[in-house]
Design a protein. Sequence first.
Length: 257
Amino acid sequence: MTSAPLSVPASPPVAAPADPTRFILIGTSHPGNVGATARAMKVMGFSDLVLVRPRFEDVLIQEETVALASGAADILVRARVVDTLAEALDGITYAIGTAMTPRDFGPPTITPREGLGELARHDPAHRVGFVFGSERYGMANEDVYRCHAVISIPTNPHYGSLNLSQAVQVLAYEWRQALGGFPVEARTPDVDLASGAAVQGALDHWEKALVQLGFLDPAAPKKLMPRLNQLLNRAELRQEEIHILRGIAKAIMDKPR
């Protein structure tokens, strides 16, 4: 009697790691800023967006929002709208306000490059929330007090006005760099440098062409060819450039005298 093969249950799909960074917008009034924020987040690899009491309840689906998101509509689909900053900060272990520290007391001020670099090295890793106030009024003091730090973007001291989504982009970039950044992928193939033999072959070809052209006197060549040799060495020619030089030499030599 043949036994039936054992049935092995399929392994459950592996869930993608949760985004440990949240961007929180309080009282946002311009739909375009919400869309541009989604775009800024996505290009830096972040996805967790929470809106606190936006001016328009339907801001996530407005035409201007979707247009300015420019391909980051998935961020808008997953975004949440809540009534309070406390709800938006749920699960966050380190909140960073984008505002000036109140004059009487408040959290310390950090800078993007040094402060975020230190935060990224913290062990255990924090779940970080960047909190942005409304375009017109910024953050209220009581909201700043909820933050562990406030962050200051170094700008021109005579003009430091940043659009909301621009500030999001700057901080998203700096935080991504602090976390390790993304590798830069070359858009062109690796350079194929010409060999020494190829350079010498081109020089020999050019010497013949220059003699035929009457530019080089073989009886008194002086230092012309060694100088051209040094010129080509400094140029670090590519293989295809050698082909171009030899093609020019051939055209000279093929020209009727």
